[in-house]
Write a protein that binds this ligand. Sequence first.
Ligand code: PMM
Length: 285
Amino acid sequence: MTLIMGVLNVTPDSFSDGGRWAATDAAIEHGLLLHAQGADLIDVGGESTRPGATRITPAEEQNRVIPVVTELARQGLCLSIDTLNAATARAAAKAGASIINDVSGGLADPDMAAVVDDTGLNFVVMHWRAHAQLMDTVTEYDNVVTDVMAALSARVDVLTAAGVARERIVLDPGLGFSKKAEHNWQLINRLDAFVALGLPILVGASRKRFLADVLPVGTPVLDRDLPTAVVSVLAAQAGVWAVRVHDVAGTRAALNVLSCALQSTPLAANELSGGAPRPTQWNHD
Ligand code: PMM
């Protein structure tokens, strides 16, 4: 069954929830709530990666996230650290995180592969082309599905050559990162091809801009949770390992629908035959 990674942004400026959990106590409380709502993992991030966001120092990032990771780990939660910085990944590993979620897949910080290797943590390698200030300037693809798969496979080759164990790598197509809306939909349509690469796949669609395509103009960002949950069901049907979402309760309900439907007893084949119209009989021409 697909796991749920709950988003815990300890940032003043993330695009959908910036500022809401910026204080340590509020962040810890929200992490516990996400866990109670059914999150299997909590992804703690201290630096916004939204398009146009400005970077902060690793020291500032660690001030935000390490107390939160420490306390949630003490309470037994399974945590990932969402960071581009090797130093923050190392500090979070020491504080009890089990997964390093690097949206650059190790490209932003040359020390990241060594930290993954040293700590023995699992490593999420997301498809990434540029930092937040520039990501929307590099959105050209010949074929977004095969281009992203090739880029991720190349990262796996580089990382394994640098000593990272292949079994520790999770791949993520990076929805919304250097992607136009249609690219995100094309990737969602072919998540099965990513699953076929043979490594666990993580998908992060939650509340992203492209979801505005399916909603009336001017719909608030928080109202993107319903289309997010539908994408999570599609991703689960394609066999992904985990979905990264803000709305854990809604996602849990949506994935429960899928597991109930999959567990229900199918009709026997002979119950479907005999007298049922063939599809061609429904044509009127
Ligand atoms: N998206 C965001 C941040 N971190 N990590 C992974 N692995 N995949 C994603 O799609 C991803 C991520 C941006 O979303 P946020 O600002 O709401 O956290």
